[in-house]
Write a protein that binds this ligand. Structure first.
Ligand code: NI
Length: 154
């Protein structure tokens, strides 16, 4: 496993749309392992492949940050959302900054695992926020696009 360099705000790659993964091979598994290592080293709750310069629809996440809720999401899609939360959000690609955004309270996602099998995940609160934030990255959207001007945390 290697730590990869995290792309920072201002790099145009962060605005590009990532392409679906078609091959579930060693190249993907190395990317996933490196992303996991990079996310924990940076103390983040999630990381999208575009943040290490790879335009593929790949995400790693762990909202527990201690390894107990580690997820690999390939070609993820939001199936359902419910409710609303307003709260603080940040991003490893926008270091040192946070902003208040609105996100759904509950999110249901389907995604492939590293072998290509489809799985369904459900998250509330921080995990729902994280699903939305990371899937946004795959479409070139950053949380700063969703900041509510003048908002305070509820
Ligand atoms: Ni981010």
């Amino acid at each position: 496993m290697a730590t990869r360099k995290i792309v920072e705000y201002g790099d145009p790659i962060l605005r590009k749309k990532s392409r679906p993964v078609e091959k579930f091979d060693q190249r993907l598994w190395t990317l996933l392992d490196d992303m996991k290592h990079t996310m924990y080293a940076a103390e983040g709750a999630g990381l999208a492949a575009v943040q290490v310069g790879v335009l593929r629809r790949v995400i790693v996440m762990d909202c527990s940050r201690d390894g107990s809720d580690f997820l690999e999401l390939i070609n993820p899609e939001i199936l359902e959302t419910e409710g609303k939360q307003v709260g603080k959000e940040g991003c490893l690609s926008v270091p040192g900054e946070t902003g208040i955004t609105a996100r759904p309270m509950t999110v249901k996602v389907k995604a492939q695992d590293r072998n290509g099998n489809w799985c369904v995940y459900k998250g509330t609160e921080l995990k729902a926020r994280c699903f939305c934030h990371e899937i946004d990255h795959l479409d070139g959207i950053l949380y700063i696009d969703r900041i509510i001007p003048g908002a305070v945390e509820e």
